[in-house]
Design a binder for this molecule. Sequence first.
Ligand code: ADP
Ligand code: MG
Length: 639
Amino acid sequence: MKNSADPHTHAQVQPRRPIQELPDELISQIAAGEVVERPASVVRELLDNALDAGSRNIVVRLQAGGVRLIAVEDDGCGIARDELTTALKRHATSKISSLEELERVVTMGFRGEALAAIASIAEVSLLARTADASHGWLLNARFGDLQAAARTVGTTVEVRELFYATPARRKFLKSDSTELAHCLEAVRRHALARPDVGFTVWHEGKLLEQWRACLQDDVDEALAQRLGDVLSTDFLADSLPVRREGSTVHVWGRVGLPDAARARADRQFAYVNGRYVRDKVISHAVRSAFEDVLHGHKQPVFALFIDLDPARVDVNVHPTKIEVRFRDGREVHQAVRHALEAVLATPRAGNAQQPEGAFVPGANISSAHGAEASFKAPITTEHLPGFWAPAEEQARSFMGQASFQPQAQPWNDRVGNEVRDLQALWRPSPPAAPAPPTQQADHWPLGRAIAQLHGVYILAENAQGLVLVDMHAAHERIVYEGLKQQLGVQANPSLPSQPLLIPATFAATPTEVACAETCADTLAQLGLDITPFSAQTLAVRAVPTALAQGDAVELARGVLAELAQHDAATVVQRAHNELLATMACHGAVRANRKLTLEEMNALLRQMENTERSDQCNHGRPTWRQISLKELDGLFLRGR
Ligand code: ADP
Ligand code: MG
């Protein structure tokens, strides 16, 4: 038995003290530990209050990254003289008065603890004037003295010397510049949620940011303007609007194109009923919407607003209110995912707006190329398989069907009949068909193929200028989407399997062995036969035909690990996609393959009609537009 003298005892055993209630100040300081982590937390709380007060313009002044001073000045409703002292009390709020109101709360604040918590760890003063008062009142929180002061209607909260009363916490702060960056991020989060409110930030007397209120009625336009101001106009150019009105959940905002994804997750703004949140359901939904177009560790960029009945979300989960709990996480997940997928799946080439007065290719040079191009090839099945054959054969063997038709998607009518004809080019046709009608070619978003470069790129001309296509990347996506679609129509999807001549055995963990036994059906669906060989050995007896060349053991291990983690249904869905992607990669046209113009054109038309065709399966872009203006720039040609 150890006694208190033992140097190895971690805590000295103290005689038990009687239970007593903690002093108010200490309770607030404990609460402050949860609410106020750093200056940025104070900025967040004060901005919440200013917005709740109906402000139109908010000014934030900082010194030493907010450690020395945070002052937030607003033009909201102000605080009446005799409520000033109450505002600083713990659990004192004007925002809710019953449990029922808590459950449907729409204001940013409601816990009534921020001002009290902040006042317990810093020097706080409140200066406020309401509309019916002839002047303002200044309250010094430390000494409790109240004096008349000049001020327009609104409130100024000053917070000086943060953590002066709790020096231990002050030691956790980073450099002033780091704290300043966090403060700015807090302002940014609020500013994106409220384009209708003006924000100004000063640091050490220098103007850092100023975002004017956007007073448009159109919320999308207002958001776009604010995003441009706050995050740069690049963000606007590389993003698309999102809008999905569901029966219970509305999702809107803007999402960055896959190309705009970043190494860090520093441009991800999610809001639930106007409140900035960090939420697993939302981020998972975003990730899954990007799954097929963004690979590796790239972080998508977005500002998404999820609006739903306040009764369907619990905001009282976390003291800082940064986390929420949805009553039905699935409906939110689906709404976000579908809203984003709708934007990301649509090929952008098909939506490209023709600039007004744009140069129209073909008007004067069509004869130079027209004779070579064939867009009206007859649909035949007898012709030798050519360019597209590998994909098609893969698809056929994979599907166990006699023919594979690439998807004919009715959702893009713009290219209409030509495309349906062109889909015949999945099977190549003999050359020397009639020249394409010029007007039709003018309307092809990705233009008319004119050449192949180094066996890697296709060059095409469209109304905007030059289009460059990475042919392997583009074809890989087309084959992949085709396979996915085919799989989707099968009633009972499963991958064709091929037995191994010699089973591949490997030393397995007890979890792997157990998993192989319990998930035998799922494995069979995936084309895998993995059976116990001994108590610690598994034998892979069959693998998916398409992956017969791969490392059977590695594949088996990967699938078992996935199966052990998730429920079988989602694994089948995801693994299918991964396997299909691998197959597509093998099936897609390789570099250094000579293509005829008609093959190139067929590929371009397929791209225009294939979902997600702007990215290959690995998230890289498949095509780039080089405008005539950019080309002119290269030659210093004034236009
Ligand atoms: P909560 O915001 O949760 O109500 P706070 O401690 O942040 O709690 O604020 C307490 C109260 O002080 C608020 O309910 C509000 O009535 C008042 N208040 C705080 N800041 C402002 C402000 N900028 N303008 C008007 N009233 C304010
Ligand atoms: Mg508050």
